[in-house]
Design a protein around this ligand. Sequence first.
Ligand code: NAD
Length: 508
Amino acid sequence: MTATPPAGTPDRIRLYIGGEWTDAVDGDTFDVLNPATNEVYLQAAAGKKADVDLAVAAAKKAFDEGPWPRMLPRQRSRILHKVADIIESRDDQLAEIETWDSGLPVTQAKGQAQRAAENFRFFADLIVAQEDSAFKVPGRQINYVNRKPIGVAGLITPWNVPFMQESWKLGPALATGNTVVLKPASYTPLSAALWPEIFEEAGVPAGVFNLILGSGSTAGDALVKHPDVPLISFTGDSSTGATLSTNAAPLLKGLSLELGGKSPAIVFADADLEQALDATVFGVFSLNGERCTAGSRVLVQREIYDEFVAAFAARAKNIIVGDPQDPATEVGALVHSNHFDKVMSYVEIGKSEGRLVAGGGRPEAYPEGNWVAPTVFADVAPTARIFQEEIFGPVVSITPFDTDEEALVLANDTRYGLAAYVYTTNLKRAHNFAEAIDSGMVWLNSNNIRDLRTPFGGVKASGLGREGGYRSIDFYTTQQAVHITLNDAHSPRFGKGPDAATSFKKVN
Ligand code: NAD
C-alpha cells in the first residue's frame, strides 16, 4: 500500500480569494483523509459565510471592473488553451494527487486528468466558433443577438472524479467570460487546490477564479443563497439538488442540476455478447463504481441470462482490487469510510433481495479500509432497494426479461433517468428502444463514451437542464435580442385625437 503522499503534497491547503491564498476568516480547518488508510493527511481551511462573501466580492469586482469579461473570445481562448496545455503536461502528477485523495485507480485518474484538459480545449475552441443568429423581416427589421456573460457563477462539485468534474464547469463558465467561485466536495479538496497555480501560470487575471473549501451545508449553502451569484451549476446527489433548488428559488437564479442515477444496461439475446460483457462490467466497476452514469442495473434477456450472469460473475471475481496507486489496479478504495459504510449496508440488504454471485464484502486481501469486492446480485426484482436506489459503489443488480416491452418497463422503473445502455444487433430495435427510454442519454452497443458536443444531463430525479456543447454556452450566458427598425410607420398612434393636434410637430 502506498502510505506516503505524492511528492509536493502540502499538509495544509487554504482558500484562494482575489488572487491570494488565505485562511478562513475564523481560522477554522477540517481534516482530509486518505481513502486507502483512513488517516488524516491534510488540514484544509473551512470556509463559511464570511469567506464566501469575500470570494463573491472578489469575483464580482473582477467581473464588473476587470478585463476577463471584456476580452475578445480569441484572447480568452488562448489563455484557456494554455490551461489545457499545463494540465496535459502534468497529467501524471495530477493523477497521483487525485488518486491519493479520492482512492480512484491511478490509470483511470490519469484518463480523467486528460479529459479535464480536453474540457478546457473544447470550450476554448467553441467560443471562437460561436455564432448567433440574425433575423431579417424584409423592409421592416433586422434583429440580432448580443450574447453576454452573466456574472459570478457558483460552481458546486462532488467528490467523484473531482478535478474532471470541476473542469467540466470551469471550462465553459470561464470561456464565456464569467468569473467564478468554486466549492469542491469536502472529501476531496486536494486536486482543487492545484487550480490557482494552473490559472496563474496560464494568465487568468486575479479575482476571476476563487476557491472556497468547506462543508456543503455552510460554505455551499452560503454560495447558493448569495444575492450576487446569479448562476449555480451543481453536480451531486438528487436530494442535495432538491435542497439547492429550494434555496435558490427566492433569488430566481439560473440553476443547472446534474444529479444521481441508477442507469439500466439492457442486453438483448442478439447482442455481440463479448462486447456487451466488456461494456457492462466496465460500465459499473470503472471509477470504483462511484460514477453517476454507472450501468448499475443490468437487464438480460432470458435466453442468454444464465450464461451471461455466469460470465459477468466470473469477470467480477477476477477484477484486480488493490492499491489505488498501482497501475494494475482496476478497483481502488472507496472515497471515505462513511461512503464505505453506505455501500456495505446495500451489500447486506442485497443478500436478502437477490442471489449473490460475486463479492459480497471486503476482498480477502483487505480486512480493513474502504475496499469492497466487486459485488454482483442476480435475480433482483424491480421492487428491491438495490434495484431502485443509487448505491454509488462496485455493486450491480442483474434482472432477467423476456420481451422488449418487459425490458422497457424495467428500464424505466426508477425515479432516476440519467443514462441507459442498449446492446443489440437489431437496428430498428436499438433506435426505437433508445427513444422509449426515460433518460437524458443513451449509448447503443458501447459504454459511456462522450462526445462533448452532445447534451449531458438527466430527466426525472437525475437533473434539470443540460450542459455540453452549446448548451453549456447557453447556460453561462444571457442572450439579448436587439431589434433594428428599418421603416418608420409601425407604431399605432395612441392619444393622437381626431384633429392630430398632439402631433410632435404641432406641439413643438
Ligand atoms: P453531495 O450532494 O453530497 O455533494 C455535492 C456537493 O454539494 C459537495 O460540494 C457538497 O459539499 C455540496 N453541498 C452539500 N449540501 C449542500 C447544500 N445544502 N448547499 C450547497 N451545497 C451543498 O454529492 P456527493 O456525495 O459529493 O456526490 C455523489 C453524487 O453526485 C451521486 O448522487 C452522483 O450520482 C452525483 N453525480 C452526478 C453527476 C452527473 O453529472 N449527473 C456526476 C457526478 C456525480
